[in-house]
Design a protein around this ligand. Sequence first.
Ligand code: URP
Ligand code: ZN
Ligand code: ZN
Length: 459
Amino acid sequence: MPLLVKNARIVTATADYTADIYCERDTITRIDRTIDQWTLPPCDILDAAGLITFPGFIDPHVHVYLPFMGTFAKDTWASASRAALLGGTTTLVEMICPARADDPVSACDLWRSKARESVCDYSFHMGVTRFDERTPAALKQIVDSGITSFKVFLAYKGALGIDDHELFDTLRLARELGVVVAAHCENEELVALLQKQLLAAGKTGPEWHEPSRPAYVEASGVHHLCAFAEATGARVYIVHTSCEPAVQEARRAAARGVRVDVEAVIPHLTLDRSYAERPDFDGAKYVMSPPLREKRHQEALWRALAAGDVATVATDHAPFDFATQKSMGKGDFTKIPNGIPSVEDRVNLLYTRGVCEGRIDLHTFVRVASTNAARILGLSTKGDIAVGLDADLCLYDSNHRGVISATTHAMQTDYSAFEGFELKGRPRHVVRRGEIVVRDAALVANPSQGRLTPRVRTG
Ligand code: URP
Ligand code: ZN
Ligand code: ZN
């Protein structure tokens, strides 16, 4: 049934105005100051008065199906996508992470089969964890199927990480195919050496995770990637940038013509290193890579967002239970599964800590949580509210006051990294391609209605 959204205060990356929005099938077909419902065929009606109507939010970096560090991430596509919708996110982009020995096309098929139970729309970055003579044909086939970005890890030595020859070949192929390459940037040799040194000194708790991957290790990874991007002409997208020196490296590269965009993630914007220093192994809940940093880096990231030096805010949602999974690293911090669950919380935390506390304005909020991800990753039907685009809308209640808790969240983990954090706003209604999927902050989506969203090449 068509949908009419009445009295919407529409806020996009560039505009703020009031209008009615008419959606037919998947698409926005009319935006007018007033649309008279009696002139229309029977339709659903949502009254958006008193709310802010944003474009559906896009999370450009999540892990859902993730075999990693000897275990599997905790969510399924059903649970992660439900949590995403409740949090206002209508599109997720997941990393396909094959093991080095895996065939890329089979891996792609496996990840796509898992996502079929999604209730939100989705796409993927194709992880390149090996590059040999068979890789170009496989990657071309995957790109032709609509997955128009690659992902490489300059990290996790001996597991997902690739060497410099493979990096060069991946970037060269990406340039040739016109796709963007997402990259986790650290100096993996240095990480391995520092880990060894710390463990040998008896420094085994989660509080040593950050010292094993200090800011200069990340900046070194960014510098390295940008040199390879410069050599090949590839377009790169640096994921989960956590600290000022890493942002500066990317900024310097951009100034000399490297095509580079930078992503921040909500844990780095809202949590700091002291969380990983909590006693009795509680710090393990906060172990992710790059690690949570000293507080001063948070403000630097917020400033970079406001200035446009950081283009997107993702989650890097990587959910592991505390009791049974994080505990694998008791006595050796290098064995704590890396990752923090946050797919449900990103939009609300960004609004509360960013907009309400005056760090970013409403347009920047939309730009970094939706529009820029669509632009960089070629999600050409998403990221804005306009006639002809997908009818993905988040009707946001900025008067809501609430508190995050694992006892009420929809993610499947046994803890929340943001337990007790206050929220000043939440989605009241969410629309995915013209269908109401969250009504009055409760999920009403039919199962498995998410779709692989079409993409154009942006590399
Ligand atoms: O700690 C993290 N970030 N875990 C997920 C895998 C990755 O590096 O993105
Ligand atoms: Zn990563
Ligand atoms: Zn990640």
